[in-house]
Every structure is written in C-alpha cells, then in structure tokens.
Design a binder for this molecule. Sequence first.
Ligand code: SAM
Length: 280
Amino acid sequence: MSPWAIFYVVPTPLGNLQDISERARAVLADVAWVAAEDTRHTAPLLKHLGSRAKLLAAHEHNENAAAGAIMARLAAGESVALVSDAGTPAISDPGARIVAQVRAAGGRVVPLPGPCAAVTALSAAGLEAAQWLFYGFLPAKSGQRQKALEGVYDAPYALVFYEAPHRVLDTVADMARVLGAARTLVIARELTKLFESLHSLPLGEALAWLTADANRQKGEFVLLVSGACQTKAAETAEAERVLRLLLAENLPVKQAAKLSAAITGGNKNALYQRALAWKG
Ligand code: SAM
C-alpha cells in the first residue's frame, strides 16, 4: 500500500497574478489533483501556470463529500492541493473542515504562506495596532450585525472585517452607530488590482465619503477599525481639535472647554486644563 501523499493548502493571488509564490507555482504544477472552490475559476490559473493537475470541486456545500474524495486520493498516493477563488483557503473560505478531516485521519497537511486580503490590508492600514482581531464577514442583517459589533466594542485590538460591495454602506453606518464616530476606519478596496485604494477617516465621516462617489462603493473591501484602546486617543485628539477651533474664534477658555466637551463627549475639566496650558 502506498503511503499517504501530501495535502497542500495553497494561497492564490487576490487579483495580481504576479503575487503567486514560486513555491505555490511549483506545488500546483506538481500535484496530481487540485481541489478548488470553483473549478471554472481555477482552471485558467492552472493553465496559466502550465499545471496539468486534475480538478475536483471543494466548496462550502460539499465540504464533507470533498474531504472523503480528497482522502481517497491521498491514501492512493496522489498529492492534492487545496485552493480557493482568491487568497488563502479556510480564511472566510471553505477548507477548514477538509483540513481537519485529513489531519484527523493522520494525513500530512502542508500549508503554504501567501496572499490574504486581511493581512495585505493590515500591512498598509497604518493603525499601529500591536494586536488585531480578524472578524471576517459580519452578519448580513442589520440587527444581527449591530449585535455582533456590540460584541467587539470593548476589544482592544484593531478590528478587521471583510465586506461585499452591496453591503458596504449599511455596514459602515452600523459601525459608526455602534462603535462610535471617533474611531479610525481604513477602507481598503480592490487590493492588488487596477483600482486599488486605501483611505483612512473617522468612522463618523465614512458614509458621506462613500456616497460622494459611487466608484468608492465598488469592488472588494477590507474594513479596518481602530480598537477600543485606540479610541480613547482618537476621542481626545478630536476633542482637542474642536477646542483649538473654538479658542481660535476667541471664545473664553471655560466656554470653549464646555462646548468642546458637549460636542465631542470629551472631559470638560481635562479640556479646560489643556486650554489653560496652551494659553500659558
Ligand atoms: N480567503 C480570502 C483571503 O485570504 O483573503 C478571502 C475570501 S472571502 C470569500 C472574500 C472577501 O475577501 C471579499 O469579500 C473581500 O472582503 C476580501 N477581499 C478579497 N480580495 C480582496 C481585494 N483584492 N481587495 C480587498 N478585499 C478583498
């Protein structure tokens, strides 16, 4: 009986074919089978890479059956690579159940590092977060979405969400409602593609920014939001910005501090002390 062959987990480009790694190329060219989320989507990639691997379907609706088929091939000594449509399998994509079953059966699973929208976005978001939380997709219904957001309100980590274009406005509105207007939102759109864009702004301004130009609502999105501990700093910065504006209008220190606190929710006494220090 031949020993089990290797089961590879292979990330594929998010949009730019040059982002495939040398190792991913070699594996996809070498394996007997490629288990793909959508075989029609993956066939052109294999052709582009000169791979002659046979394709089998492994999507969210057939994961258990696919796991059985994959294990039969591995047991027969035929290597298999798992790919999703784009990025890393099992990250908001099918694959976790198959990987678990192969490993539980004693098979060897070899993961390759590679493209992932969350990590790609985070690398350029500039959120200076030591920790981050990958949430993936929020629920599609607003009530459930708001509940889910309440669940991460206190999390002291940068929050990373995936979102589809037809839901981005509603999601951003719910984020501002639940997480507050002061947090920084980074909108990372169409990463690695022709219309790639990254834009940072306070959550409270995001809806207006997105609706100002329909093109800003198109494509694929990663939404990153500063975490709870970062919110405090952002709120203080906002309160001080407003305070500075009011003082520039020659309002008395006490009144400016009071108004800034009322507008931004900042601490009146702290703002008063800050204004005195500036004046001094
Ligand atoms: N497994 C993939 C990964 O590793 O990133 C994610 C798959 S998930 C089904 C697809 C979601 O990822 C999209 O709806 C979007 O939120 C995000 N995404 C994928 N490609 C992207 C891109 N080029 N730019 C921005 N977000 C992207």
